[in-house]
Design a binder for this molecule. Sequence first.
Ligand code: G3H
Ligand code: 13P
Ligand code: NA
Ligand code: ZN
Length: 328
Amino acid sequence: MLISMRQLLDHAAEHGYGLPAFNVNNMEQIQAIMQAADATDSPVIMQGSAGARSYAGEAFLRHLILAALEMYPHLPIVMHQDHGSEPSVCLRSIQSGFSSVMMDGSLMPDMKTPSTYEYNVEVTKQVVAMAHAGGVSVEGELGCLGSLESGMAGEEDGSGAEGKLSHDQLLTDPEQAADFVKKTSVDALAIAIGTSHGAYKFTRPPTGDILAINRVKEIHARIPDTHLVMHGSSSVPQDWLKIINSYGGDMGQTYGVPVEEIVEGIKHGVRKINIDTDLRMASTGSIRKFLHENPAVFDPRKFLKEATKGMTSICKARYEAFGCAGMA
Ligand code: G3H
Ligand code: 13P
Ligand code: NA
Ligand code: ZN
């Protein structure tokens, strides 16, 4: 059944688990997520980015998620709009039936220029007023995603600031977070702790100076009742990186957010963990390997099925590690 983000995150807080929120763009990703959720009895968050909506078309994306609801009526599913660039974007999603929206007011509508705090409060408040009137949840974001190593936002294709960010912008301030939640009444708050979108997050396995899990603890201590969200939380599995590069791929050496660090965050208020890159890598690795080993195959169902399998294994592992298995 379709449920709001608030309902699900309240349940997660009550039972001390976290939810992977997977980005979806096509049928295979949705099937992989649903097969993994069904096998592990986990609740589901699927989210569509602006890129996903322009790739598939909003109606296709929405109806694919509706198909999941129809096929798995026993599983709670949140249909979330990721990174709304302005209130009008969120309003359209609310009207078309999403049960949760993100207003990313940490950036201006171009999604490249960091905003002022006052602007962020104002647009987020506007979206909360519209969404809550219809029982739809709202995620806000305070602080800009980006690397504490380089000061840069990360991959071009995600939403991210252009140019160098200061240390202050890259780490959410606990006091300001408390003020933000009080002024906006958001249901969930995305925080900046050194993660960034895409595969190239860290040039080495991250330590506390570049992945600030301590900051999660400080924010949670200040606002213990607020559900925290970690963006840019793919783990960039080294085994998939190796498979991609062994079968014709050429990705650079890179590291993501270790699952153990996310689990530590979950102990301190993190309830929603955004994951896109890991499924992209599993999908690409599976297809590269399969086509290399089966060069005569030309039926896309054969290699897409492999992609689904690869993605399902990641989804299952995250459902289990984050403690949501058995919680549906
Ligand atoms: O928000 C970041 C997600 O990874 C979505 O990326 O805009 O390429 O769909 P995308
Ligand atoms: P990754 O790029 O780490 O998968 O993060 C996705 C994300 O934060 C989507 O909002
Ligand atoms: Na989001
Ligand atoms: Zn994000």
